[in-house]
Design a protein. Structure first.
Length: 504
């Protein structure tokens, strides 16, 4: 323990070197706006900025890119809350309650909660990273395909809570998402499947961000226009110091949810190829499942903002763990960071802690500093972000539409995705109109490919024996928890009906 503290102190000294400190501040600020721009996100932001880092030494370069990554995790919540458009896939779950909070005049509370929850998630994850890096890396390696599939089943089990009491509609929404997730090339045979009308664009599958922007950007805009006829009344937010202090004090409302999301997010982030998006969605589902007032989720519950924001920030740190300790990227963004490290002659893996301790602990120290800088920058800009909501909807709607088009085009730069986004917008509007929950469909398209890959790998390894999921302790525990979560609303509904019958 003493050795770790000494090493961390050295890392903080390295992080506070003038050049490194400047790179952290610049990276956090750039990342904040990169994350807030729909369609850009941390992956594209880090990839675009990678060549610039050749102007500085390797340690400063990686610190800068890590700060951009960190800032982007914070920034994704900004457009999700103010415009209802996910800044990145990691911020989709933030839309569920962030946008209702904004339209009801509590945008400042939502933005403050997002910033504070992100800070808490980042802090918890960096502390866990510092103290338990080697053992956590070893534990993450024990997660084979069977354990990964069981974890995905556990995530799907939380979807029932997302659908309220209307379980059939929730299941239908999940199935729609799973069908969309199968479009593209078969992962085993490589043959095309569900390629509608032989359109080549479908061979790449459905880009999740295109789906999310379509449903929550275009779909929500169409729903709002029909519902109000364009005369949208958005409650004006009065920014005062007393109100800001009150928003900060209200952290006690969501501290438990935030802590749960932080630990869950960090753990999911450490799993190779999982990343922050599944972590944030799973955290939202669990927050609603264990909430005392689950019906308020989706209508403006501040815990619905805090849980996913804590999880995606914790997962961003967690995804660096397998990259540094094992040389395995935990997310697409860390894959780019890994490439940058190799270019600069740094070889990630178990020996990196002993061969390049100054670099490793300097990076860890920079995460502590970046976390503080980003939350301060974020909180300072809240009055500016809230001003977006003062625009009349007749001006805001075209801006939202243009941002959605840019966001749909940016990831792949093909018009195919733009047309798809518009189609998903209409689909999201119809689902809202028919009172079908859209969140489970969005969640299913994220976790569907991960679940399918793990399922097929497990069955291939066990020669088709499904008992492989129950023979391994970790996967058996996850499956048991999933069954319990799925039975909970059914049993709870039966008990409510029985109590009602007895009352009569």
């Amino acid at each position: 323990m003493e050795t770790i503290l000494v090493a961390l102190a050295g890392g903080l000294v390295e992080a506070f070197q003038p050049l490194n400190l400047m790179m952290i501040l610049l990276g956090c600020t750039v990342g904040l706006f990169v994350g807030a721009m729909p369609g850009l996100g941390s992956v594209n932001g880090v990839a675009i900025l990678l060549p610039i880092t050749f102007l500085v030494p390797p340690t400063a370069a990686i610190i800068f890119l890590a700060a951009v990554y960190y800032g982007a995790m914070y920034g994704g919540a900004i457009s999700s809350i103010t415009l209802g458009i996910p800044g990145a896939s990691t911020a989709v779950a933030t839309v569920f309650d962030g946008r209702p909070l904004a339209t009801s005049g509590r945008a400042d509370k939502a933005l403050t909660a997002a910033a504070i929850a992100s800070f808490i998630g980042g802090t918890i994850s960096v502390v866990l990273f510092t103290l338990f890096a080697p053992p956590l890396a070893d534990f993450a390696l024990k997660f084979g395909p069977a354990e990964e599939f069981a974890l995905m089943v556990l995530a799907f089990a939380t979807f029932i809570g997302l659908g309220g009491d209307d379980i059939p509609k929730t299941i239908f929404s999940i199935l729609v998402g799973l069908v969309l997730a199968t479009i593209g090339l078969d992962i085993i045979s490589g043959k095309p499947r569900m390629v509608f009308f032989d359109i080549p664009g479908f061979l790449r599958g459905i880009n999740f961000l295109v789906l999310a922007i379509g449903i929550y950007g275009i779909g929500e805009m169409l729903w709002t226009l029909e519902k109000t006829g364009g005369n949208v009344i958005v409650h004006k937010v009065k920014m005062t110091w007393a109100g800001f202090v009150e928003n900060v004090k209200s952290v006690k409302e969501y501290i438990k949810t935030t802590t749960l999301g932080s630990v869950l997010g960090y753990f999911v982030g450490t799993l190779p190829a999982a990343g922050a998006t599944p972590a944030s969605l799973m955290a939202y589902g669990l927050a609603k499942t264990f909430s005392k007032d689950p019906d308020s989720f989706g209508k403006g519950n501040v815990s619905g903002v805090a849980a996913p924001e804590a999880a995606n920030n914790a997962a961003s740190t967690g995804s660096m763990l397998p990259m540094i300790t094992l040389g395995i990227p935990g997310s697409p963004t860390t894959a780019i960071l890994l490439g940058g490290m190799i270019i600069w002659g740094l070889r990630p893996g178990p020996l990196l802690f002993t061969e390049k301790p100054d670099f490793v602990w300097g990076l860890i120290g920079s995460l502590y500093v970046a976390n503080v800088f980003t939350v301060l920058i974020n909180l300072a800009f809240i009055p500016i972000f809230v001003r977006v909501l003062t625009l009349p909807f007749t001006i805001l709607a075209p801006i939202i539409f243009v941002l959605c088009i840019v966001g749909g085009y940016a990831p792949t730069q093909t018009m195919h995705d733009v047309w798809l986004m518009l189609l998903f917008g209409i689909m999201g509007y119809l689902m809202r109109k028919l009172n079908y929950p859209v969140a489970p469909a969005v969640l299913a398209i994220v976790l569907g490919p991960l679940a399918e890959r793990s399922l097929r790998q497990s069955l291939l390894a066990s020669q088709g024996d499904p008992l492989v999921f129950l023979e391994r302790p970790i996967s058996a525990i996850c499956i048991a928890l999933a069954v319990a979560l799925m039975l909970y609303p059914v049993i709870n509904g039966m008990l409510k009906r029985r109590r009602a019958a007895q009352a009569e």
